[in-house]
Design a protein around this ligand. Structure first.
Ligand SMILES: NC(=O)c1ccc[n+]([C@@H]2O[C@H](COP(=O)([O-])OP(=O)(O)OC[C@H]3O[C@@H](n4cnc5c(N)ncnc54)[C@H](OP(=O)(O)O)[C@@H]3O)[C@@H](O)[C@H]2O)c1
Length: 264
């Protein structure tokens, strides 16, 4: 592909610090690009779509040995992408998957859920990155990034990620279901549930115990009525599973770990 002046400018700017190359054009890549712009951090960008459309050169042209390659691509593509691009071999490669532990790239998981809308810098700055133990600190991996960071062992990633999915993705499903059903069954617009959602988030962010409702009161009669009312709903079994898990976790808490977060 012929190199345009734009591309040449981009390639030449690679000689300036920081040598960041952002791969991908999905959700995370869009947010990172925005955040880097807010921080005034120059970076080059490459994605297979831009490449196919002739909007960026071959990957090899954007890579130097000192390049920090940010692999903001699907979890399942990370290892094959690195293996399929030997030109990345001398670079520092960073991926953002919460659950992947691989020798081909350093994990730096942003503990956040990136929606479609882009955010303001103050919010981006608060996102912690969870980095593979033994790797350089965040400010060396992505120079210029002021975010907090924490190290975990690669063998801890699977459980760490499972906990994130439980908390973030599963509650998203529960809230989306509430919005949908409120509207469908009672004609209540979903935005009328936002104060409730906000009250839950605020309660969680405070230090006291935020759990209210029949589970925290041990109100088995109400739990039984709730389950009866959910008969035939696919989420009845989710309710049942929560009650069971809560009771089992209480058993564990009594024997030591996690007394406080389950406190009524
Ligand atoms: N989204 C979040 O909230 C979030 C939070 C924390 C961490 N992460 C992590 O961030 C990474 C990216 O996630 P995302 O949410 O941005 O995903 P996404 O929106 O689905 O975007 C995935 C990107 O990967 C590219 N891709 C997929 N397979 C590829 C391949 N074989 N070769 C080259 N590019 C390929 C896609 O390109 P095409 O469009 O051409 O398919 C797209 O640009 C993942 O590791 C994810 O776990 C995401």
């Amino acid at each position: 592909m012929p190199i345009t002046n734009n591309m040449r400018g981009e390639i030449e700017s690679m000689h300036e610090i920081p040598h960041l190359l952002l791969i991908g054009d999905g959700r995370l890549a869009r947010h990172l690009a925005r955040y880097f712009a807010q921080l005034g951090m120059g970076h080059a960008a490459w994605s297979r779509r831009m490449h196919e459309e002739g909007r960026c050169p071959d990957l090899a042209m954007l890579v130097r040995p000192q390049t920090h390659v940010l692999l903001a691509i699907s979890d399942s593509a990370i290892e094959t992408f690195v293996s399929g691009h030997p030109e990345l071999e001398p670079t520092v490669r960073i991926h953002f998957s919460g659950g992947l532990a691989t020798s081909l790239a350093i994990g730096a998981h942003p503990l956040f859920s990136f929606a479609n809308a882009l955010y303001e810098r103050e919010l981006y700055e608060r996102i912690p990155f969870v980095i593979d133990e033994g790797a350089p600190r965040l400010s060396a991996l992505i120079p210029g990034l002021p975010n907090p960071s924490f190290f975990i062992r690669p063998d801890q990633r699977a459980r760490y990620h499972a906990l994130c999915v439980l908390a973030g993705n599963f509650t998203t499903l529960l809230w989306r279901k509430l919005f949908f059903e409120l509207n469908r069954e009672y004609g209540i617009p979903r935005d009328q549930a936002f104060p409730y959602l906000e009250s839950v988030a605020r309660g969680l962010a405070e230090t006291g115990s935020p759990l209210s409702g029949p589970l925290s009161r041990g109100d088995t009669a109400t739990i039984a009525r709730n389950l009866e009312a959910l008969k035939g709903d696919p989420f009845a079994q989710v309710y049942r599973a929560f009650v069971e898990a809560y009771e089992r976790q209480q058993g564990l808490a009594e024997s030591g770990a996690g007394k406080d977060w389950l406190a009524r």
